[in-house]
Design a protein around this ligand. Structure first.
Ligand code: ZN
Length: 197
């Protein structure tokens, strides 16, 4: 299901360190968060691919300036969610937004019984009327594509053609070097990339 959150909760695969600009973390974050927004699950392939995703400082720079270049404080987020979040301090979406905590109803509504999850959904306005329409529209589009057009389906819910080759990046340091072998590019090279995700 295209709007299912990760299960179990997301544990970081990568740990690059030492870049002098947070923008250098982009290929790592794209790979880490499977080319979609951690908040609303919008996929890169659903838009114009470039310039629609931000690197969100989870703890805002204003409150935690020392974490500006901390990989573990960065998440991949679409423009919309990053803008709605703004400088707010939230509880960690990687802990809260899991399939165990959130289900998507057929009308596109995110439903949770957990108070902290409900609060996060409210704070990022994930159940706005526009997002409900957007979710139901994409569920229908993807269903139709899977049923009738496998090439289109792989464009919509497959991996982007251009996957970051993390082995070529050489950050100043890396606390989880073994993650590179688990990257989506490496899986593709090994013929283990799933058709859909
Ligand atoms: Zn989003």
């Amino acid at each position: 299901m295209i709007f299912s959150y990760p299960e179990p909760r997301h544990e970081r695969t990568h740990g690059p360190l030492g870049y002098s600009s947070y923008r250098s973390f982009r290929p790592w974050l794209r790979d880490e968060f499977i080319f979609r927004c951690v908040y609303c699950l919008k996929r890169e392939m659903w838009g114009q691919v470039t310039c629609e995703f931000d690197l969100d400082h989870f703890e805002p720079q204003r409150l935690s300036p020392k974490k500006e270049l901390d990989y573990f404080n960065l998440v991949y987020a679409c423009r919309r969610c990053n803008a709605v979040k703004g400088g707010a301090q939230l509880e960690d979406p990687l802990i809260l937004l899991t399939s165990e905590n959130v289900v998507v109803s057929p009308d596109g509504m995110l439903v949770s019984e957990v108070a902290s999850v409900k609060r996060l959904i409210r704070q990022v306005d994930l159940n706005s009327p526009r997002l409900l329409r957007w979710r139901t529209m994409w569920m229908r589009i993807v269903d139709l594509a899977v049923e009738r057009d496998s090439v289109l389906a792989s464009q919509l819910i497959g991996f982007p053609d251009e996957l970051p080759d993390l082995a070529k990046l050489h950050p100043p340091d890396n606390s989880r070097p073994e993650g590179v072998e688990k990257s989506w590019y490496a899986k593709k090279q090994q013929g283990r990339l799933p058709a859909y995700y």
